[in-house]
Design a protein around this ligand. Structure first.
Ligand code: AMP
Length: 545
């Protein structure tokens, strides 16, 4: 017997129509490519998203067609999020920080038909366009800012605002099967070719509802959230859906992501919440310390995408009275999987024990099932010691990649292997100890690169640190520390290594320290371990070790 409840499909368009009706004047503020501040609200976004759906129809976009974007966080990108998915097409956010060959590969792999593009990427598009089968490129700007670029014959160059000016807004959002594809986002592809993750209307809405729970992002109508995490990387962690669903104001930084620009925007627009990767917060922290400025209204920052170093938690909480929320997720998990929110027993912790707990990535959020397993697939205990392959399943976890057979990315019980190595403690709190390919296997024993990096980052003279496995004649692999010293500081090998005293077993100590001016980063702001591994793999063996 079925329940007697309405079976209304979960549609992405419902979020923006809800926000337009219930929070029509909630602000959507964008710093544009041109450097101005653009102001609208959810009523305005919903109206223009309907106009955009008409534009897409005129461009011949139909059901499940892929519409690509190369965009910063801003109001037009938000209109595309709703307009494209809302009319039944698939919004394919492309990461502009990838190299031209990867971008071309991704656009062709997805068989995108039209590309919406920020004027900052005009040159890039001119380069890649001849290698693609795009029918049109729409510049996300007003007519007066149209760049003078040449596209191949048969590929139209169009202007977003010109198209919008001619569009009527009488469009009515359709309802269809909630399992239909809504968005496509490719993984960063640091090993091999990028792979597409295809989100559905259902998975997107369930994820938005889940992250709005009080012990996750818990956004409220009184919040003003600035997603620094880009809309081209896992849908800005779902914030463009969660914020309108909560009625929270959205503040978009555009391409202005340096510490000074973020501080100004956060203070001018009274931002209360923000979210991004550690690299961004490092830039912000350095700016605040150097300038003496404060963030007057920010209460909480979500940090994820890479491990949040302890010194970052200490600095933001201790010096700036801002709560740090450590979260874990991945493109394949929409992305939120875990969130470190207090429990009665952890709330009472203080000092070292509290910091140790906050460094962990958190508990599985409701809707995510999580386990750690050994290489034979057997579940390991939740004792905070056993390390295993982290597996997840849930309604917003991928079951296959774009172009592959359904369910081909998970086992028969639905578990998706994340490629992360983790422990889970008695409270259910998960800690990532490594990417499976980054873990250092010294004499058959595992050494956690993340633990060693976090300790190095706590050194006052270290700006950024990475640990990689270097080949070793006796131990197979040994940890090698690569550090960027803070400008104007004298950092010595012995000085850095001294920071590890009494913090890790002595056999975990890095075998050498390399000082560099900067570390390579991936297109999503993570340290590019593969580049470092290739560069330094023979560092120790060359020295006869
Ligand atoms: P992406 O799909 O590009 O978002 O990358 C996902 C990967 O980033 C995960 O599988 C983890 O290896 C890493 N990651 C995400 N969040 C964290 C975190 N809080 N701590 C450590 N690693 C993280």
């Amino acid at each position: 017997m079925f329940g007697l409840m309405q079976d209304r499909p979960l549609m992405i368009s419902q979020i923006i129509t809800y926000a337009a009706r219930n929070h029509p004047r909630a602000a959507v503020i964008s710093k544009t490519v041109e450097g101005d501040i653009h102001r609208t609200d959810y009523a305005g976004i919903e109206r223009r998203a309907r106009g955009l759906a008409r534009v897409l129809q005129r461009l011949g976009i139909g059901d499940a067609d892929r519409v690509a974007t190369l965009g910063w966080n801003g109001f037009r990108h938000l209109e595309l999020y709703y307009g494209v998915s809302g009319m039944g097409a698939i919004c394919h956010t492309v990461n502009p920080r990838l190299g031209a060959p990867d971008i071309t590969f991704i656009i062709n792999d997805a068989a995108d038909s039209v590309l919406f593009c920020e004027t900052s990427f005009a040159g890039l598009v001119e380069t890649i366009a001849p290698e693609t089968k795009l029918r049109a490129v729409v510049m996300m700007c007003a007519p007066e800012h149209m760049p003078a670029i040449t596209l191949p014959p048969g590929m139209d160059l169009l202007c977003y605002e010109t198209l919008m000016a001619a569009a009527d807004e009488t469009y009515a959002w359709p309802e269809f099967d909630e399992r239909k594809a809504a968005l496509l986002c490719y993984t960063s592809g640091t090993t091999g070719k990028p792979k597409g993750v295809l989100y559905s209307h259902r998975s997107t809405i369930l994820h938005a509802m889940a992250i709005n729970a009080a012990d996750v992002f818990g956004l409220r109508a009184t919040d003003r959230i600035l997603p620094v995490v880009p809309m081209f990387h896992v849908n800005a962690w779902g914030i463009p859906y969660a914020a309108p669903a909560a009625g929270a104001a959205l503040i978009f930084p555009g391409r202005h992501l340096d510490g000074a620009s973020l501080t100004k925007l956060m203070n001018d627009e009274k931002v209360t919440r923000s979210a991004g990767v550690p690299t961004i917060w490092l830039g912000l922290l350095n700016h605040l310390r150097a300038s003496g400025e404060r963030l007057h209204t920010v209460k909480r920052l979500v940090i994820g995408g890479s491990a949040c170093p302890r010194m970052m938690i200490e600095a933001f909480e201790g010096e700036y009275n801002i709560q740090i929320d450590h979260a874990w997720g991945m493109t394949e998990t929409s992305p939120l999987g875990t969130f470190n929110a207090p429990l009665p027993e952890t709330d009472a912790l203080s000092g070292e024990a509290r910091l140790r707990h906050l460094e962990k990535q958190g508990r599985g959020i409701f809707g995510i099932d999580m386990k750690i397993a050994n290489d034979a697939g057997e579940s390991l205990p939740w004792d905070g010691v056993a390390q295993g392959n982290l597996m997840v399943r849930g309604a917003w976890v991928a079951n296959a990649y774009w172009g592959q057979e359904p369910d081909s990315a998970c086992d028969t019980a639905g578990w998706f292997a994340t490629g992360d190595v983790a422990t889970i403690d008695e409270t259910g709190t998960m800690e990532i100890t490594d990417r499976s390919k980054d873990v250092i296997k010294s004499g058959g024993e595992w050494i956690s690169s993340i633990t060693l990096e976090n300790i190095a980052m706590s050194h006052p003279d270290v700006l950024e640190a990475a640990i990689v496995a270097a080949s070793h004649s006796k131990w197979a692999e040994r940890p090698l520390l690569i550090v960027v010293p803070r400008p104007d500081r004298e950092l010595t090998r012995e000085g850095v290594l001294a920071i590890y005293k009494d913090k890790v077993p002595t056999w975990w100590l890095p075998d050498d320290v390399v000082m560099v001016d900067e570390l390579p980063h991936t297109a999503t702001g993570k340290i590019h371990k593969l580049t470092l591994r290739n560069r330094y793999r023979e560092h120790l063996t060359r020295a006869g070790r």
